[in-house]
Design a protein. Structure first.
Length: 139
């Protein structure tokens, strides 16, 4: 699952991925009124300034695997829906481990936002926050 998330980021950075994002943008319109101003920067890679969260679950005969990026949450219900158990943990900038990771990467947390802007600490896309090339891509 981790490899699938990393591969998604790689696709979003590719020419083909950017072309697909442009098609979506043309079809559905500009969703973020502030993104247009940011897009005038050095790069025309849409995924620099846009991103998404994800949660995936794989259920086998004997095990349940869950992976998430961001603040998408997965729970499982058992016993006729009367009992729920969290399968994922939100990636929020105010979580101590996430805050430490952000600061170690050269960023900061202000008002529970990454660099004072993004309100979650992991996502696919949002490459403006993943610019520290000294760090491994999968951290």
């Amino acid at each position: 699952m981790k490899e699938a998330f990393i591969r998604t980021d790689e696709i979003l950075q590719s020419t083909e991925g950017n072309d697909e994002l442009k098609k979506i943008q043309e079809r559905d319109g500009q969703q973020d009124p502030f993104a247009g101003a940011m897009m005038g920067g050095e790069s025309n890679l849409i995924a620099n300034y846009t991103g998404c969260t994800a949660t995936v679950v794989l259920i086998t005969k004997n095990e349940i695997y869950c992976a998430n990026a961001g603040d998408s949450r997965t729970v499982i219900g058992r016993g006729g829906g009367t009992m729920c158990e969290a399968l994922s943990e939100d990636h929020k900038p105010d979580n101590e481990d996430e805050k430490n990771r952000i600061v170690s990467a050269g960023g900061f947390v202000e008002e529970n936002r990454v660099n004072g802007s993004l309100n979650l600490s992991r996502s696919m896309g949002d490459f403006e926050y993943k610019s520290n090339t000294a760090l491994p891509f999968d951290k």
